[in-house]
Design a protein. Structure first.
Length: 149
């Protein structure tokens, strides 16, 4: 009996399996964490790209000759559709799952900024239209909608 327990104690054939069982949770944690970080970076890039597209669209349709630049309701709706879905119609799916949430917000601000230039010893007051889009999008973690492309 003592001989049998001594043989089992010295047997090394299962060491790799036990070490892998200890290492596997850490490996999965690193893998899933990397996927989540990559997904967050992808979502941030998509939001930034669509905000840029909406701002560019607003800047092109804004009337710089007006004393107080204003965007029409249809222009604001088109900008919101561009930012949220990537298309002007708004019939597509949101580019990130957070845009479908009621807590998501998009603020469109069009205003004039006065720029003063003192070149050639003459002061010139120029009003430049500025468009600002501010977005707040809730983030989702480990949901099935995050993995769609």
């Amino acid at each position: 009996m003592f001989n049998l327990s001594n043989k089992l104690w010295r047997n090394r054939r299962g060491n790799v399996t036990v070490e892998f069982a200890f290492f596997l949770p850490f490996l999965l944690l690193i893998l899933v964490g990397g996927l989540e970080i990559g997904n967050a970076i992808r979502q941030a890039a998509l939001i930034e790209k669509n905000l840029r597209a909406g701002t560019l669209y607003a800047a092109r349709i804004l009337n710089p000759d007006a004393n107080a630049p204003a965007l029409s309701a249809t222009a604001r709706a088109t900008i919101q559709n561009l930012v949220r879905t990537g298309g002007q119609s708004g019939l597509d799916q949101p580019v990130v799952p957070g845009w479908a949430d009621a807590a998501a917000s998009l603020v469109i601000d069009a205003s004039l900024v006065h720029v003063f230039s003192a070149a050639n010893a003459t002061a010139i007051d120029v009003a430049v239209p500025v468009v600002r889009l501010t977005a707040a999008v809730p983030t989702y973690r480990c949901c099935r909608d995050c993995w769609r492309m």
